[in-house]
Design a protein around this ligand. Sequence first.
Ligand code: CO
Length: 212
Amino acid sequence: MTYPEPPELFEANRAWAAKMVEDDPDFFARLSEQQTPSYLWIGCADSRVPANQIVGLPPGEVFVHRNIANLVVPSDLNCLSVLQYAIDVLEVKHVVVTGHYGCGGVKAALLDQRVGLVDNWLRHLQAAKRDHAAELESLDVEDAHDRFCEINVRCQVLNVARTTVVQDAWARGQQVQVHGWIYGLRDGLLQDLKVDVSSLDDLETLTKTYGP
Ligand code: CO
């Protein structure tokens, strides 16, 4: 495997920009004026899960926040700021938490692997692991890993829906739908985990179904 050197990236960038302008001469001029994305994507930092490419959306269509294991931690000012800006200012209609099978962060949390500083970040997964211990322990490691990736997405959907940002948006009648999707590294396909939340009632139902 050969790795591209920085000059090659600049070359590729010039070719890409030229192609975009060839297809749509006003593309950059229009985008530079304003962004009006209708999606906020909260995904894993994993290089194999690039938000726009997976769903075939061009620049300007997806506001993105990524971190290791796509966690939404209520005290994470970075994530909360992205969420608040996306909902209050950009008025996105959909917040999508997208996990992925084969997530190394989720695996490290599942198996208590020591990785380094990131272990502290991944501690946020321990509550979910405890809550679903019976189910996870009944599976072999590979299936437990897959299942924990799904469980994590559901937990993060609940975490998004419980933020003051989303709660306030609903209270003032703004429509915001929170979704939980999962991406397969092996086949490149997205699956809907069907945990959509767009109201306090939905949140209550989902909490009853999936626990705390
Ligand atoms: Co990951």
